[in-house]
Design a protein around this ligand. Sequence first.
Ligand code: FES
Ligand SMILES: [Fe+2]
Length: 400
Amino acid sequence: MNPHLRDVAIPNDWDRRGLPGWSYHSNALLELEKEHVFRNHWQIAGHVSDVPNPGDYLTMDVIGERALIVRGKDGVVRAFNNMCRHRGSRVVADSQGSCKNALVCPFHGWVYNLDGTLRGAARPRSFPELDKTEFGLMPLDLEIWMGFIFIRFRKGGPQPSVAELLKPIEAEMAHYNIADMVPSWGIWTQKSPVNWKSVRDVDNEGYHVAMAHPALQDLYGATYFDEPFINGVSRSFATYNPHAGRRWSVREYIKLAPEATHLPEHLRKAWIYYGIFPNNALSIMPESVQFYQEFPLSTGETLLRGAIYRYKDETREQAAARYLAYRIDRDTMNEDVQLSVWSNESMLSEAFEGFYLSDLEYGVRTHHDHLRRQVPVLNLETAPEEKDMWGLNDALRSRG
Ligand code: FES
Ligand SMILES: [Fe+2]
């Protein structure tokens, strides 16, 4: 069977340059990215198993916005701005937890029901009558897809529903029963001292695997290939080599990973990565699935966030394989962080003349093209004045 989901012909004369170097260090551009790329595109907040019971919640603080995901008494998972309608305090302070049957704002004690409606203000007679819905927590767009909770900070936006967006990978992913999985070790975060695009640029191509990721190369280098971003989704596919094993973790993984009989033949040794524009990735192995993503903290600092999920009734062999895959991934991520630092810092140098991309890095180019469509000022080779950035971008956007 052809493991390509979509046969993509790379044009002969494609433009091999990446985004201009200035765009990795411009504050005004970063604000445009938050506006046109982050606030209005789908983001993965977690998985339904992160909030298994009524009253369970998780929060996500990114790009100056705060999301609160909470499961109601009716079992429904909802998303809100984590922002009290009184004076804007966080309603929930920690990143994950559980509450009995209401959310109590830690500032003055306004109480919200688990469906977001206001139960009541503290000292209610000091206010006029408060409408329980009007003063309820502000809801965010939310869609659950194969158990993953997708949210969107701004209503609407240029992307279709998550179901439609991810249609091209739905049949393949459906084999894994992801909706029934449970957390492995919870949601992790980490900071990286680079622009968020440098993180994505490294993740969007496997050209560097042979040189920079000895464990991955050993595991699946011979079969790895990338499909570019098309309509917001990319895919990379590899099957591991059952005879590999120069490295301890790879050798042990191959030895211990059980035959994945729950999967069709062609997926039993597959490691698959899906990119979801602008900044999310799902990665699937026979034993586990994970999401990871990055959010800008500033032009030169990025928050990395992700989690791994496992089968509820996994065997000891599956658990061991999952742990070893995590070890391989952890080494890979540290290698990628270093590479992204070296690439990112060069963009401050006068000598930097931009990327010159291989056919194997077509995924980087197509991701950049998606960004250029949302933020057309990225087409400019020379940095505009910071103060002109928004006006110029608006003018280019309205030109289409
Ligand atoms: S800010 Fe929440 S009760 Fe005052
Ligand atoms: Fe990498």
